[in-house]
Ligand binder design. Structure first.
Ligand code: GTP
Ligand code: MG
Length: 1154
């Protein structure tokens, strides 16, 4: 436990083969930070006594108070194994679901991960998420099953039961890995089949391959198994951990068994046949203790029992007996436990053997325990770090597949990148730090440090010379004071005489001291700068130096474009033409990340994690940094949680608005997940992943970024608006007869159309809305149809793909040819086929080919259909068959095609905010069934003709007037009318604009002509609770409209896992309430899951006798949808049809004395 020197770390940074970049991942509270503490303590940064209590990497105050990690932070550690030295760049990540974006930023910079699983709780939702994240980033995980002590102390399991329990946990973890692996193999196989199909000759014999491809691929190395050396059993709080390897070594020496055999049999269905002294298979069948229980767990259990549970000597004797060790009676009775200890150890385990053995079997008295505790620590590091160093890859082991994945952004595939860019793949693979190696760095997030914490602003420790100088000055001053005192008392009259010399000498001292003081003040002042942004990054190639000039590549940067615009062999220090999404800047400082501290470095070579200063003006959240413009931007990070909770924030004092705006800008930059936007209403909105995240963002804003008092609105809950098929039952759950149903619908529609029908708008009984533009140049008929739910889900899940389709179509329209990967094309084709299979039936015949657009924002879950018989437009799926460029395009009158965009824009606007409460639409299909449009040139021609006629008529009239002033031309009235119309048409502006408004209105009315519903955002929430608080958990869930979907008991424990869905609208304060009601025994993890239709109709009013009886006259007390809708309308300042007092009656007081 030596304090590692900076020089040693700097030396190790230059040896990529000895570097391990790894992160600790787990579900919340499974012990990541405690584990990190143990590892940090091994380097002497904190004392071993504090490890587990300090939670060193939780450096924020709120992290310490709440006891959860909120930001991922890195630390560099040194580890020596034999004569090999390693540098571990360790990143601790948060486990709370609200901060899962921080996990993404950590995983991207690492090559390996320690996945921690709580031995009691087992695999939890976030465990699955982090395993998936590690898988997607192609990094190798190792497993630590932590909190084994809980199995002993809390669950009171026997070693045998604990073994079965641990096996189950291992199975659960492997099941998750297995699913990930299978899906990847299946994908690969599907791709291969498609490839073969493409290549196969048309008349060749077809051979069908029924294998899924799983048989051929060896996946054994992927799974966690103690005999593979990738599992450690630990109790981070008690500071111990063990791997099979240790025990194999110990027992092979003790029992004379080949360590390789022990390694293979220590975990599994093997037992020790003491008679024949052989390890045999089939422990379970023969009812024998498995080897692991016998040799490992039993010992740990007895250790705990002797030390923690009983603390008695009798037990110690039993342990001794079971081990067959005899200790001299004198030793046993000795008051000093060390004597007994050494007596046992000298017999049972030689001193040279690993410390673990001593710990496990020696006689322990409580006083000894503290000492043993430290031994355990030593062992723990061996177990965990050795596993990390042996099992996790170094930066040199980065795979070509991972590099290609990192380099291929969006629809671009690796082989379409420019040749110079493709060459950079080698730089990644070589991870070279040579002078000519290109610098490639990825910044995964920006984090903030207090400027005072920067090494250059810190008060540096005084040198020996300075200390000597200061003490000399202090001594002089003291002596002078003493002298002055003496003089004062002895000879006060002479004071004036002595004064000059005093002043002289004192002045000199004072001057010097002042100088020193001002130096300190100066340091303080510089420290009082604002917060400083540091980029959290990793070098993939080359060496990053202080002061170096580099290119910053934004996520949308295109190296092909950059290379053509920039001169060859240019560098970031040249003066260059502006290239989109590319900027140059200088690195101000380079830091080594040491948890709470930063260490200033001159340079950082390839393969290391580092901090960079000076990039805050160029990077918002993440970016790629390189010395060459040929470098492509890295693929964006995979974020698992989407921001959903929004609040509007405003300063308490309106004058501080600029500070708030500035603060929000900083917050946006400092948080990978938070979004900051200004709504059309002028509100400043903060969007966060959940309640805890929201609280942290608000605290940051208040205390760090804006430094003002702010007030936040209640969370703004998002809703969606949709239409549904007409209901089959009425509100009191009575079946609506067919006749009645039709009658009800007609009644509603007629009511609607009575109000809405006007000169330009007509709604027919089938819900078809026809609208005419004010200038009367165009008439459009639209109908709204509810989309099947699975289609809505499909569109929602594939919004990125739909956006790609739009991009490709756009580029085709512009005549450019975008290179899309085969995979993307197949995904598009797949989407099309799925849509075809889902949109079945007469109503949807040919609908997929008729899709005109998706909306809102061109990629949302609503469809615009082209049901016009006389209008052929290029298909949305044209990217799939680019060879036969749609003939329809040419066949169509180009002038009408010009209105295509107006219709799409109208549809986009209508779907962006619906008529119920101006929230976006979801799952609605608008089909344009008729249109009657006058092409603009015809309209123009028409206008010109009319104008010409009008001019003629005017001239005629003038001529007539001159001859006979009183005679009125018969054509005059018609001319006047014509002039009126012309000017009327003109005053409405261009037809395309009117058409946008008309289509938008038509869509809104068509929407209103159907039964409308709100859709609420839903959370899935997993709650772990013990049996005694189960009832209270259900009560809270019931009160908040939650629905339990699944409940199961964790095997071998008393914990229930409840899975429920809960509207986001009801979720605020839910976690707190559950925690309070169950005294902290249950805590929910909530993740956004889906949108669900709120079944009640917000516009419903009782009509029948039963309904009046059932719901009362207004029926507003039970109408949840109405409540939600009105709340949104009120927030947006829209009209709310609601009376506070309907029948005013004088209220009587109940008290008797009036
Ligand atoms: N009994 C027991 N408790 C442990 C062990 N390791 C950690 N804990 C406790 O578990 C709680 C959570 O520990 P942390 O290390 O903060 O957990 P974490 O995974 O970092 O939590 P987040 O960062 O919030 O996701 C703390 O109260 C620890 O004291 C262990 O081995 N045994
Ligand atoms: Mg933590």
């Amino acid at each position: 436990m030596v304090h590692t020197s900076l020089d040693r770390i700097i030396a190790l940074q230059k040896k990529p083969a000895n570097i391990r970049n790894l992160c600790i991942l787990a579900h919340v509270d499974h012990g990541k930070t405690t584990l990190a503490d143990c590892l940090v303590a091994s380097n002497g940064i904190i004392s071993t006594r504090q490890a587990g209590k300090l939670r060193y990497l939780d450096s924020r105050e709120d992290e310490q108070i709440r006891g959860i990690t909120m930001k991922s932070s890195a630390i560099s550690l040194h580890y020596q194994e034999g004569d090999r030295e390693y540098l571990l760049n360790l990143i601790d990540s948060p486990g709370h679901v609200d901060f899962s974006s921080e996990v993404s930023t950590a995983v991207r910079l690492c090559d390996g991960a320690i996945v921690v699983v709580d031995a009691v709780e087992g695999v939890c939702p976030q465990t699955q998420v982090v395993l998936r994240q590690a898988w997607l980033e192609n990094i190798r995980p190792v497993l630590v099953i932590n909190k084994i002590d809980r199995l002993i102390m809390e669950l009171k399991l026997t070693p045998q039961e604990a073994y079965a329990h641990l096996q189950k946990i291992m199975e659960q973890v492997n099941a998750v890995t297995g699913t990930l692996f299978t899906s990847r193999v299946m994908e690969g196989q599907a791709e291969k089949t498609k490839e073969e199909k493409r290549n196969e000759s048309p008349n060749g014999d077809q051979v069908y391959d029924w294998s899924a491809g799983l048989e051929e691929v060896d996946d054994s190395h992927l799974y966690f198994s103690p005999d593979q050396g990738n599992v450690v059993f630990a109790s981070a709080i008690d500071g111990w951990g063990l791997s099979i390897q240790h025990f194999a070594q110990i027992y092979s020496e003790k029992m004379g068994i080949n360590p390789q055999v022990l390694l293979k049999t220590l975990w599994g269905d093997f037992y020790l046949n003491t008679k024949v002294k052989k390890i045999m298979k089939g422990a379970q069948a023969k009812g024998k203790k498995p080897l692991f229980v016998q040799l490992v767990l039993d010992n740990i259990w007895s250790l705990y029992e002797a030390v923690v549970t009983r603390r008695d000597k009798e037990k110690v004797e039993k342990v001794l007996a079971s081990l067959g060790i005899k200790v001299m009676a004198r030793d046993f009775r000795h008051s000093d436990p060390k004597v007994l200890l050494s007596a046992i150890c000298s017999q049972w385990l030689p001193v040279s053997q690993a410390v673990l053995c001593i710990l496990l079997y020696c006689v322990i008295l409580f006083s000894l325990f503290v000492r043993l505790y430290y031994y355990y620590f030593g062992l723990f590091f061996d177990a965990a770090i050795a596993m990390v160093c042996n099992k996790l890859p170094s930066p040199l082991d980065i795979t070509a597949e991972r590099v290609e994945n990192l380099m291929s952004v969006g629809v671009r595939r690796f082989d379409t990148l420019p040749a110079r860019t493709q060459e950079l793949k080698n730089a990644f693979l070589q991870c070279s730090s040579d002078g000519d190696a290109p610098v490639i760095v990825f910044v995964s997030k920006m984090f903030v440090v207090d400027a005072k914490a920067l090494p250059q602003n810190k008060q540096r420790p005084l040198t020996q010379a300075e200390i000597a100088q200061r003490s000399e000055l202090a001594r002089q001053r003291h002596a002078e004071r003493m002298a002055a005192g003496q003089m004062g008392t002895v000879n006060q009259q002479n004071q004036s005489l002595n004064a000059p010399s005093d002043v002289q000498s004192g002045g000199l001292c004072k001057g010097k001291l002042d100088e020193l003081d001002t130096q300190v003040v100066k340091e303080d002042k510089t420290g009082e700068q604002n917060e400083t942004f540091i980029a959290f990054a990793r070098v993939y190639s080359g060496v990053v130096r202080k002061g170096q000039r580099i290119f910053i590549l934004g996520p949308k940067y295109d190296p092909a474009q950059g290379l053509t615009m920039l001169p060859e062999q240019c560098s970031a220090s040249d003066s260059l033409p502006a290239v989109p999404h590319l900027s140059c800047c200088s690195i101000e400082n380079v830091y080594l990340l040491m948890g709470r501290e930063l260490e200033e470095l001159e340079e950082v070579p390839s393969g290391n994690v580092l901090g960079l200063k000076g990039l805050e003006d160029f990077i918002l959240k993440s970016a790629t940094v390189s010395s060459t413009p040929a470098c492509p931007p890295f693929t964006p990070l995979n974020f698992e949680a989407s921001p959903i909770v929004r609040v509007a924030v405003e300063p308490k004092h309106p004058g501080e608005m600029p500070k708030l705006v500035h603060g929000m800008r900083l917050l946006n930059q400092a948080d990978p997940c938070a979004e900051v936007l200004i709504q059309e209403t002028g509100e400043h909105v903060l969007v966060t992943a959940g309640e805890v995240h929201l609280q942290r963002c608000l605290d940051d804003l208040k205390d760090r970024f804006a430094k003002i008092e702010i007030s936040a609105s209640k969370p703004i809950i998002p809703f969606r608006e949709t239409v549904v098929r007409p209901p089959k039952v009425d509100m009191v759950n009575e079946e609506l007869g067919k006749q009645e149903k039709v009658a009800v619908i007609h009644q509603v529609k007629e009511e609607g159309s009575r109000v809405r029908s006007s000169e330009t708008l007509h709604v027919d009984s089938s819900g078809l809305v026809t609208i005419t533009t004010p200038s009367k140049h165009a008439t459009v008929s639209v109908r709204a149809i509810p989309l099947p739910q699975e289609v809505t889900c499909l569109l929602e899940d594939n919004s990125e793909l739909i956006r790609t389709v739009e991009q490709v179509n756009m580029s085709l329209r512009e005549g450019r040819n975008l290179d899309i990967s085969v995979r993307t094309l197949e995904a598009i084709a797949d989407l099309k086929t799925k849509l075809e299979s889902m949109l079945q039936g007469r109503k949807w015949r040919n609908a997929v080919h008729q899709i005109w657009a998706f909306g809102p924002r061109r990629c949302g879950p609503n469809i615009l259909l082209n049901k016009l018989v006389d209008y052929q437009r290029p298909s949305l799926w044209q990217c799939l068959c680019r060879e036969d460029k749609s003939g329809g395009d040419r066949a169509q009158i180009p002038s009408i095609r010009e209105f295509d965009n107006s219709i799409v824009s109208g549809f986009q606007l209508a779907t962006l905010s619906g008529p119920m409460c101006e929230e976006p639409l979801m799952g609605v299909c608008f089909s344009i069934e008729r249109w009657d449009i006058q092409p603009p040139n015809l309209a123009q021609q028409d206008n010109m003709e009319r104008n010409a006629k009008f001019q003629e008529a005017l001239e005629e009239r003038r001529a007539l007037e001159s001859t006979d002033a009183l005679e009125v031309s018969p054509s005059e009235s018609s001319q006047a009318k014509c002039r009126e119309e012309t000017s009327a048409a003109d005053c409405y502006g261009p037809v395309s604009g009117q058409l946008i408004a008309a289509v938008k209105e038509a869509c809104r009315h068509a929407f209103q002509a159907q039964p409308q519903r709100l859709m609420a955002a839903m959370y899935t929430c997993e709650i772990m609770a013990t049996a005694e608080v189960l009832g209270r958990v259900y009560a809270v869930l019931g009160k908040r409209e939650g629905r339990v979907v699944h409940e199961e008991m964790k095997e071998g424990t008393e914990i229930f896992i409840i899975k429920a869905v809960l509207p986001v609208a009801e979720s605020f304060g839910f976690a707190d309430e559950i925690r309070k009601r169950t005294s902290g025994l249950a805590s929910p993890q909530m993740v956004f899951s889906h949108w669900q239709v709120v079944s009640s109709d917000p516009y419903w009013v009782p009509t029948t006798e039963e309904e009046y009886l059932h719901f009362g006259e207004k029926a507003d007390s039970t109408n949840q949808a109405l409540k939600y809708m009105n709340a949104v309308r009120r927030r947006k300042g829209l009209y709310v049809e609601e009376k506070i007092v309907e029948h005013a009656e004088k209220q009587r007081t109940l008290s008797k004395n009036k």
